[in-house]
Design a binder for this molecule. Sequence first.
Ligand SMILES: Cc1ncc(COP(=O)(O)O)c(C=O)c1O
Length: 442
Amino acid sequence: MPVNITDKVKNVIKRDKRIMFTSTREHYPFVVDHGSGDFVYDIEGNRFLDFSSFISVYSFGVNANNEIRSAIKKQIDKMMHAAFLDYYAELPVRFAENLVSMMPRGFGRVFFSNSGTEANEDAIKLARLFTKKSYMIGFYNGFHGRSLGSLGLTASSIKQREHLGPFSNVVHALYPYPYRCPFGTDDPEECSKMCISHIERNILGKEFSAKEVAAIFVEPIQGEGGYVVPPVSFMKELRRLADDNGILLVSDEIQSGYMRTGKFLAMENFGVTADIYTLAKALGGGLPAAATIAKSEFGDTPAGSHAGTFGGNLLAMAAGNASLNYVKRNRRKLEGMAKTKGRYVMKRLNKMKEDYEIVGDVRGIGMMIGVELVKSKKTKAPAVDERSAILDACFQNGLLLLPAGVSTIRIIPPLTIEQSHLESGMDVLEEQVRIAAKGKKG
Ligand SMILES: Cc1ncc(COP(=O)(O)O)c(C=O)c1O
C-alpha cells in the first residue's frame, strides 16, 4: 500500500524546518514513531521495511533486541551517568575488557566517546601524541566525520567541507575504486598497485617526508563514498607501506565493522591488522557510544591530554556491553547470516545487472552491499536522478533505503532480517529499478 503522507506528518516536518539547523539532509517525509521486528512505523502507522539499519546502527534488530533493551532498563534504575573525568566505574571497564577480547592480539587500550566523529578525533590525537608527528593521510571518497579534525580527513562530498576550511595537516590519496579506477585501468590489481605507488612516489616522495606523517586513516570499505570495496592486495600493501615508513595505520570501521561484513572487524576480510581501530554505530546497541581501540603500547597517554564528560556513559555502556555479549554468543550465527543473506542480495543484484542497462556495478562483503546506477554501461555516466527516483519510489512502497556516493544505493538491513522480508524488499527494489530503466534489458 502506498505510504500516506498526512497533514500530521507534514506539520512535524514544517516545525522541524522552522526550528532545527538545516545543515542535515532530511530527505524522506518520514516521521519515525517506533520499531518492531524488521519494520519501523511513522506517526501515522505507515509501515516500512528497514534496509538501512539507520546507517548500520541496528545490525542486530530494529530498535535493538530484547537483551539490549532489558540491559538499558536495568541500568536506568541504578544510575544513568557517572563522570569518568573524576571517578571510576566497573561497567565501562568490563565493556572495554570485553571489546579487547574480540580484537587481534596486542590490543589492550580503549577510549570511549559518543560518536564516530569523536572516535576518529581521538585516534588523530593518539597518533600525534604517540608518534610526535603531525601529518595525516586520508583518501578521496573517504568519510571520517565532521568535526574540524576528522573533517580534514573526510573527502567524500564538497558540501561537507565547503566554507569550513582551512584543514591543516592532511593530504588525500587515491583509493582503488575498481569500477572507476582513478588511473583509468579496468584491472583492479593494477589499480591497487598504482594507488600505492602514488602514495610512495608522490605523497611521501614529494609532499611530506614519512618522518612527518603520523597516520594513514582508511576505511576497509568506503561507506559514504559509495560502498567501494578495494582489492585485498591494496590493504596488504598499505600495511607494508605504513610499516616501511614508520606510519600508523588507522582502520575506521565505524560503518563497516561490528559484524556488518560477517567478521567482527572489516579488516579481517583483508588479512590485515591495523594499529588503531575506530568503532561506533552498532557498538552502542542503539545508544550513542564509540570506541578508539589501540595496541597496548600506545596507551600511556599524558594525564589531562584527552577526556570527555559523556564518554563511557553508563546507559550507553550497558547497551553496548549487552550488544557485545549477544555478538559473542551468536558470532558464528551472525557470520552465517551475513554470508548467506549477503550472497542472496548479491545474486539478485547481479541478475539485475544482467537484465538492466541502468545497473552498472554490484559490490560488497557480507551485508554491506552497494549497487551503482549508471546512464549506460558503456559511458558509466552516473544515473543520479534515476537513483533519486528509485529511492523515492521504494520509500512510497514502504522500503527504507539510503544513498551512498554519487549514484549508489546501499543495502544494509539488520543481519537478523527474516529471509522472507529480505526477499520482499528486493522485489520492491527490483520493480523500481525496472521502472527507472523503462523495462530496458541490458
Ligand atoms: C566510516 C565513518 N566514519 C565516521 C563516521 C562519523 O560517525 P558519526 O556520525 O557517529 O559521528 C561515519 C558516519 O557515517 C562513517 O561512516
